[in-house]
Design a protein. Structure first.
Length: 69
């Protein structure tokens, strides 16, 4: 069964498939996602923020903005 990730969701840090899928969605390497998990935990939004930096918007923020437009 394929996993789908909502940005505020936790990922299964033991699942290579979940890490691979999140890496694809964030345009990051598997290793970068694993490092982010070690740094910030398993919350997908926290991982994204860690990888992109605090000045970047998250996917959830972009979706919310698009809905308001």
């Amino acid at each position: 069964m394929a996993s789908t990730h909502h940005p505020s969701q936790s990922i299964d840090t033991k699942s290579a498939a979940d890490i691979k899928e999140l890496a694809r969605k964030l345009d990051a390497t598997h290793e970068q996602v694993e490092e982010a998990i070690r740094a910030v935990g398993s919350n997908a939004s926290d991982i994204e923020l860690h990888l992109k930096g605090s000045r970047s918007t998250t996917n959830a923020e972009r979706v919310d903005e698009a809905k308001r437009s």
